[in-house]
Write a protein that binds this ligand. Structure first.
Ligand SMILES: Nc1ncnc2c1ncn2[C@@H]1O[C@H](COP(=O)(O)OP(=O)(O)OP(=O)(O)O)[C@@H](O)[C@H]1O
Length: 618
């Protein structure tokens, strides 16, 4: 790609932070703990149906609100079309014929205008409520489904793309479902106003309507021209969001390689793409808008010409011309909106399809129809387990491994040999393609998922902490845990010491992704989190890799106690970790190729010696 120079921003913002600011007038939701309402409906499950048909249950679930809003907006329109007619009668009777007082009409018109304002306010309020209630349902449906998706799904899709689906796509569908019917109702005003005009003066009614089909056709053509550009804008905005997201997430790497300038250029390029798309959009709009805006004026001139001639001939009244002027102006928005509704429909159809793609993806790992829950003992058995990741990479290739209750086994092997995969299959993050994984004698597929995850605790090598307090992070798997239980788990994981030194102790909120803690501290919090659930089987996936030798020693001391009563599998990259184990299993190419104590393997298995030399640190 050619490196066209990017223009630098032309100005910054005013530097004075003390400049007065307007504070928000509205408060926030008073009770963050208020129970959430479940989605009122799902989508129709049959993927062969049209997108609207599938979304219909959602619309139906909110029909009371939607119908109220549509009815109100219809009544508002009826009131609105009466006003020009009253003006006509007022002018003709009070000013031209002098047969009536003017005051009566003024009051009537003012009253109708106020009534219309109130009705429109309510209609709009209910319409927006319908829209946001539907958005809430859709968002919850999508998020609930995402939470149920397996690891395999997340291996396949990009998180940025998911976030975009969960935001802009939901918004596009919601807009069409709620605003589409409302725009259609507004279009009915054309019919009503036309009928009224015909009843007043049929030939002039036809003249008044002459420009409307042209406006409708131009509106549709303008939207057709704008539509591809608006897609481009969406895509490019998503691109900018991805660049920003990645660079904020990876800011430490950016800084480590002094790549700030290059990354700023990357963002500038992405932002330039957005600017171009918006400018093109503005150019297309400014080409069409003057025509669209001025056509009604042509309509007004036609009404004045033909109507004026009729007045002169005595076939129309002055009031009629004034009223028809209002109708011409009143009628153009619905005709312009025809183009918009078509475009909104196209966008919503595409967005709905992307949302349905998520909702139609089966959750893969489901609870069994007839779950079994054997007595917990801590027995782990892999019998001829073969597993390939969704992209086809072989993770395990016929692995046989038996870890008896209470035993501590270290998995040792070259990088990519399949050690972490063992951990992932034991907790059923993925299902084996062949062979069986048994915990306490029962296939992991026969356990209720929640029970299995209570039984097999995992501390991953890259522990993720949420931006909540340390207490809540540790109690993540067991939110009802008391402070004493949390402290006990932290003590066991060697985390109590440093937490006690923090100013707010267990109530300290960790920074996003836990970056205010050191790597070793994070790992200890993650160990505490797993220990609090007190699982009979604990898998430490290289969980002490980021701690220094002294801390590792402390954790090992604590772990030694903890391991006594539970089955522990450690993925080991250090001799000290291997030293904790009763037995070592050597993993190679997804198979367990040798087992024995560290000393036995050293003496008998040359492959073990080689792995120790290359992969294991002192
Ligand atoms: N999510 C994934 N998608 C596709 N392939 C994967 C995924 N995770 C791991 N693999 C592949 O599966 C194989 C086994 O990986 P695994 O993570 O189990 O190795 P490991 O022995 O734990 O390695 P390390 O010691 O480097 O952590 C490797 O070839 C790896 O590239």
């Amino acid at each position: 790609m050619s490196a066209t120079p990017r223009r630098a921003p032309k100005a910054g913002i005013h530097p004075d932070p003390t400049a007065p600011r307007r504070t928000s007038r509205a408060g926030i939701h008073p009770d963050p703990t208020a129970p959430r309402r479940a989605p009122r409906a799902g989508i129709h499950p049959d993927p062969t149906k049209s997108w609207l048909r599938r979304a219909w249950p959602l619309v139906r679930a909110h029909r009371a609100l939607l119908i109220t809003s549509l009815t109100l907006s219809f009544v508002g329109l009826i009131v609105q079309v009466q006003i020009p007619d009253l003006v006509r009668i007022g002018i003709d009777r009070a000013l031209v014929d002098r047969a009536d007082g003017l005051e009566k009409y003024v009051w009537l018109i003012a009253g109708l205008a106020i009534a219309q304002g109130v009705i429109n306010f309510l209609a709009r309020l209910y319409l927006l409520r319908t829209a946001y209630e539907m958005e809430y349902d859709l968002r919850n449906l999508v998020f609930t489904h995402l939470m149920r998706m397996s690891y395999g799904f997340y291996d396949r899709v990009q998180s940025g793309e998911l976030i975009s689906r969960a935001t802009s796509d939901i918004r596009a569908v919601q807009m069409y479902l709620a605003f589409g019917p409302s725009i259609l109702v507004q279009c009915t005003i054309a019919g009503i106003a036309f009928a009224l005009m015909v009843s007043i003066n049929a030939p002039l009614a036809v003249v008044a309507m002459l420009t409307m089909p042209v406006i409708a056709v131009l509106g549709v053509r303008m939207r057709k021209a704008i539509f591809p550009v608006s897609w481009l804008i969406q895509a490019r905005l998503a691109g900018v969001a991805t660049v920003v997201d990645e660079n904020i997430q990876g800011v430490r790497i950016v800084k480590a390689f002094a790549a700030e300038k290059r990354q700023i250029d990357t963002l500038a390029r992405a932002a330039d793409g957005v600017r171009w798309a918006y400018t093109t959009d503005a150019r297309i709009r400014s080409r069409w808008m003057p025509v669209m805006d001025n056509l009604p004026r042509l309509g007004l001139a036609l009404v004045l010409l033909v109507g004026g001639l009729m007045v002169l001939d005595g076939h129309a009244t002055v009031g009629t011309i004034v009223a028809f002027n209002s109708y011409v102006l009143m009628l153009q928005p619905p005709f312009r909106m025809l183009g918009m509704i078509i475009m909104m429909g196209q966008r919503a159809a595409a967005s709905a399809q992307r949302i349905y793609d998520i909702l139609d993806t089966p959750t893969e790992l489901n609870d069994p129809a007839e779950p079994v829950v054997p007595q917990p003992r801590g027995d782990v058995l892999f019998a001829g387990v073969r597993f390939a990741y969704p992209d086809g990479t072989l993770g395990l290739d016929g692995l046989d491994l038996h870890v008896r209750p209470g035993e501590t086994v270290a998995l040792v092997g070259a990088t990519g040999s399949g050690k972490s995969t063992v951990a992932r299959l034991a907790a059923r993050f993925y299902d084996a393609d062949a062979g069986r994984v048994l915990i306490d004698g029962a296939d992991v597929r026969d356990y209720p998922l929640a029970t299995l995850r209570d039984r097999v605790g995992i501390v991953p090598d890259e522990p993720f902490l949420f931006s909540i307090s340390l207490h809540d992070n540790i109690a993540f798997g067991h939110p009802a845990a008391t402070r004493e239980q949390v402290i006990a788990a932290a003590v066991a994981a060697g985390a109590d010491g440093f937490i006690g030194e923090l100013p707010e102790g267990y109530d300290t909120v960790v920074g996003e992704r836990g970056y205010t803690l050191s790597g070793g501290q994070r790992q200890r919090v993650a160990i505490a989190r797993a220990l609090l659930v007190n699982p009979p089987v604990l898998i430490l996936d290289d969980a002490t890799s980021a701690v220094d030798v002294r801390v590792e020693h402390e954790i090992h001391e604590a772990l030694r106690d903890l391991m006594r009563d539970r089955t522990t599998i450690v993925v080991a990259h250090r001799l000290a970790t291997i030293g904790l184990a009763d037995r070592v299993v050597l993993i190679e190419n997804g198979q367990a190729v040798a087992t024995g104590t560290h000393t036995e393997l050293l003496a008998t298995e040359p492959r073990y010696g080689r792995v120790l030399a290359t992969e294991v640190h002192a």
